[in-house]
Each structure stands twice: as C-alpha cells, then as structure tokens.
Design a binder for this molecule. Sequence first.
Ligand SMILES: *Cc1c(COP(=O)(O)O)cnc(C)c1O
Length: 382
Amino acid sequence: MIKKYYLLSPGPTPVPEKVLSSAAEPIIHHRTPEFSKILMETTEGLKYVFGTKEDVYILASSGTGAMEAAVINTLSPGDKVLTINGGKFGERWGNICRAYGLDTKEIVLTWGDDYSPEQLAKEIKNNPGLKAVFTTLSETSTGAIFDIKGFGEVVAKTEAILVVDGISGIGATPCPMDEWKIDVLVSGSQKSFMIPPGLAYIALSPKAWKLVETSKLPKFYFDIKKYRKNLGKQTTPWTPGVSLIIQQNKALEIIKNMGLENFLNHHQILGEATRSAVKAIGLELLAKRPGNILTAVKTPAGVDGSKLVKTMQNKYMAYIANAQDPHKGEFFRIAHLGYMGGFDIITALSALEMTLMDLGYDKFQAGASVAAAQKILREAWQ
Ligand SMILES: *Cc1c(COP(=O)(O)O)cnc(C)c1O
C-alpha cells in the first residue's frame, strides 16, 4: 500500500494548499511599506477572530511564548494569582507563574472534569488580593472546554484580570474577547489558525494594560510595550516571522471569506459527528464538557492505548494523538480543528475501527462509527 500521511492531531494541523504555497514566495524585507501593509491586515484579521477592538500582537514563538508574555507583562514578584489546572496546559500556567516567583494558588482538577463559575467565585472569595486568574478555553490534553463567559462575569467584578489560554480554542469554539470580559487572550498559529507552528498571538484589555504600567517582572524580548509602540508605526520591535505572517494573512482571508460564524459552525458539526461516531462503537468520552476542537476518547478495556495510537500512526499513517503524561494510553485524541474537513473525520474513524480490530477488540459492528458520522455530516453538508 502507498503510505499516505494523514495529520489528525490537535496541533500542528493541516495547512490549506494556497497558504502553503504562499511560503514559497521570495522573502520581502520587513522594514518596508509592502510588509507593513501585510502586518496591519493580519492584525485586523486576528482582531476579528479574537472578537476584540484591542490590537493583537504577533510574537515569533510557539503559543507558550504568549503565555509567558501574559504573565511577565502584567505581574510583579510575589503577586497572588489563581490558576485552573484541568490538564497539561492549565498546569503550564502554574509552572510559568511559579518560575517567576508568583504566589500561586493552583486548582487541580481530575482530567476531563468541569469547573463552574460558581466554584470560581467561591475560590476568589477565599483568596482575597488576587491579581490574576489563569485559565484555558480548550484544554487540549483532555478535549474539555471551560465556561469562559461565566468566568469573565465573575472575574470582572473583582480587581483581578482574567487571562485565557485560547491556543487551541480560538477560531474553533466561540470566545469573543471583549464581550466575554477577557483581559488577556493568547493563541498560537498551528491550531485553528491553519498555518505552521511558529507564531503566537496576544491581546490585552484596558484593565490588563493598567497592570502593565505597574508590572515589575523582568522582560525584554516579550516586553509588550515595545510591541505596542512599534505597531503604532506599523512595524514590529524585532525581525518578525515574515513568511509565517504572510501565510497567516492568507489563512485569515479564508476565515473572513467564510465568516467566523460559519467557521465555528463547521467545527461544531465535526465535533458532533465525531462524538456520535465513537459512541456508536461503544466508546466513551473523557471530557464532561467536550469541545468541538478535539475529542478525547477513553481506551476500551482490554486494549493497550499506546499500542492503538502507534498502530494507527505506523500502520495506517493516521496521526491522531496519544494522551499526554501521566495518562498516556488511557485515552486518545482525535482532532477536528482548523483545516480539517468532514472526510478527515471519516479517515480517522475508519483507521480507528481497523486498528481496534487489529488489536482484537471486536465489540462493535464494522463501519458503525463511520455510518454515525456520515449521518450527521450528510444532514449538515451545504
Ligand atoms: C498547543 C497548546 C499550547 C502550547 O502551545 P505551543 O505552541 O506548543 O507552545 C498551550 N495551550 C493549549 C491549550 C494548546 O493547545
């Protein structure tokens, strides 16, 4: 058989062909009107997807760089912060905050569990003097999404800022920054933004900018004031990722032409189809509140989850993602974000069924997951 590569992971994600080919153009110089025009168009496009009238700054780093920038630009040594750890990425907020000497109170959830705005309100009441609350829109390690709108209402009534990791979620699930009262929103290029890894995005509300004025944590490369000053002159403080920004501009054009609402609806359909499909073969979801970005599926009893993922990758070249440590093998993750279509889901499901059969798991009728997904896709297809 020809070994064709199917990228079905929650980042990096597939890149549309015309976006890929735009990276093959000769490099232009970044201190030129030509590049400034592209930078400003890209910034406008990011503002549209973020749902904010604030500027969105483009950093040359992976998403974690924007998470670090969110911390070091708003806080000072010893500041009290609250982090919600619902998985690998929520945990990262705590790790960054502690690395910078912040007084970090961490709420640790069982992976896949939800956390309500009421619980958050209670926790904030029990921890007076908080400067910031850190949370995650889509916890990519578990497939769960959190009630960011509800968190926004709670945190807006306090002195604290709400900082949201939207790295996998923005573009795939609703999260209008201004409307939901988010103070710092970060994202990255290799998830729903449909370009290769290498760029990170960050926007700050007026409440967050006030903290920037008093922030004393050390900063240089990610000093957000330098980005603001330079964007005012339609440029960047350092050499920007020219090719990636050109690609992002192209990919944002696709989202704008389609309309953000339709882009979000597309994710909803793929999410519903995937959930319905895995349930049709008797498998269970990990997340109590599953998002439409990816679906984390519990490994059925008697099957080695890591072997399942390895077989899908090595034999069928279907690159779904294993669970991350310390839950490797306990579940696996099928992605449906960014430039993924209905038939990408079908591919993942078919490869999953074939792999389950290879591993001796036979408690389902062959094709049942594909049929369930087809039903939803056919009805929704326009
Ligand atoms: C991918 C991801 C990150 C990490 O981003 P990097 O680009 O690997 O630095 C952080 N948070 C979430 C929710 C993610 O999905």
